[in-house]
Ligand binder design. Structure first.
Ligand code: SF4
Ligand code: SF4
Length: 387
């Protein structure tokens, strides 16, 4: 399998970000139909909140507090994340900085700041009220009136994903490399905007007040997939995102269309490979005002917390055919999906024949370890599991 090493990506990183997002087809509305009937979501209804309350069984409830920290690198990430919680919110400076209030110029400035801070993709959209949680995990009502949302995307590392099964001991830490870097970038960015004299709040894994997937669609980061996660054509779903909401004047981006809706109809790879049965194999349904594939967040959260042979899970992300490095062969496949959708089934077959989605031991750099009663032990079993 190919490693990520691309000269063009390196040369454009600080100007426009490493990926050629400007080449994607832009559309006026997301490819997932969003009706007027979307109700604001209560964070207490999330899968992990249900696990915590014991609604999904005693084992996931018990494992909830250790499923990331039982792996030593995961424990190190969660410790570091706690330190980032303090820079999410605050009051803006009393006077505005002497900078032009030009939304186009400020959008370019904010995106370049994101790339300087090592974001992989940046996007901007207006903040619709349906993307603001009605209540947080503690049951507190949320009022957030900021006009704009800045979306910050961080890769979970392609090469590590090559060496992983997607549901082994590094899985939780792969999520947390994305979460922690996105939390740092969003925290610094929100603080910077407040110092310029504009209100701003960071939303990241230390505490979100916004629902991220619709913002990923509106800001043109990707399209909603069968796996219930947003897929980007260059990263697949191998990323985590943070958001900065603000009243800084900004120019919104447009949603993208790279052919994912038709492709996911033909490709069931994530649904076949998921151990929990969370991903539907059928067609789209209406859910809370969105027309998309049914995704059972409860089953997914249950598996991720109680996975006995690893820390969390990202197997759907690992096996998705969009989880690919840059390069002309994959760029040709991307072009075909957009322009010759009748070839989609053939491309899925080729993906399987070439062995994509399998673990490659050459890329496995970490130790398999599990913390039990304060001691690190070598786990008894490894590899893929049944649930
Ligand atoms: S994270 Fe794992 S359990 Fe959840 S949907 Fe993906 S493959 Fe299934
Ligand atoms: S694995 Fe296939 S069906 Fe699942 S999200 Fe990726 S492209 Fe869509």
């Amino acid at each position: 399998m190919e490693k990520t090493d691309n000269k063009e990506m390196k040369s454009r990183r600080n100007r426009t970000g490493p990926y050629p997002m400007e080449k994607l087809k832009r559309v006026d509305i997301p490819t997932t139909k969003i009706t007027d009937g979307v109700a604001r979501f209560d964070e207490r209804q999330h899968g992990f909140a249900r696990v915590m309350r014991g609604e999904l069984g005693a084992v996931p409830q018990k494992e909830m507090m250790r499923f990331i920290g039982k792996y030593p690198l995961g424990a190190a990430f969660t410790q570091a994340m706690a330190g980032l919680a303090g820079i999410k919110a605050g009051e803006p400076a009393r006077t505005k900085a002497p900078i032009p209030e030009d939304p186009v110029l400020l959008s370019q400035h904010i995106k370049q700041l994101g790339y300087f801070l090592r974001a992989d993709i940046m996007g901007i959209c207006r903040l619709p009220q349906y993307a603001v949680y009605s209540h947080d995990m503690m049951g507190r009502e949320i009022n957030l009136e900021h006009k704009n949302a800045i979306v910050i995307v961080v890769d979970q590392d392609y090469d590590t994903m090559l060496g992983s099964t997607g549901d082994d001991w590094i899985s939780g830490s792969q999520s947390f490399i994305g979460y922690s870097n996105a939390a740092l970038i969003s925290g610094i960015m929100a603080d910077y905007i407040r110092r310029l004299g504009y209100p701003a709040r960071a939303h990241n894994a230390t505490g979100y007040q916004v629902v991220v997937p619709p913002l990923l669609l509106l800001a043109g980061i990707g399209e909603m997939s069968r796996a219930g996660i947003v897929v980007n054509p260059f990263l697949g779903a191998r990323f985590k995102a943070a958001v900065v909401t603000t009243d800084l004047p900004l120019e919104p981006d447009k949603p993208v269309d790279f052919g994912l809706q038709k492709f996911c109809e033909k490709c069931l790879k994530c649904a076949v490979e998921c151990h929990s049965g969370a991903i539907a194999k059928g067609g789209k349904v209406m859910y809370n005002g969105y027309e998309t594939w049914h995704f059972d967040a409860g089953q997914c959260s249950k598996f991720r917390t109680s996975n006995p042979h690893g820390s969390s899970c990202g197997r759907c992300i690992k096996v998705c055919p969009w989880n690919k490095p840059p390069g002309w062969t994959h760029n040709t496949a991307r072009w075909m999906i957009k322009n010759t959708p009748f070839m989609d089934s053939f491309l899925v077959k080729m993906d399987n024949l070439r062995g994509y989605g399998k673990q490659d031991d050459l890329f496995k750099w970490w130790f398999d370890l599990e913390e039990i009663d304060g001691e690190l032990k070598v786990p008894q079993k490894k590899g893929s599991v049944s649930f």
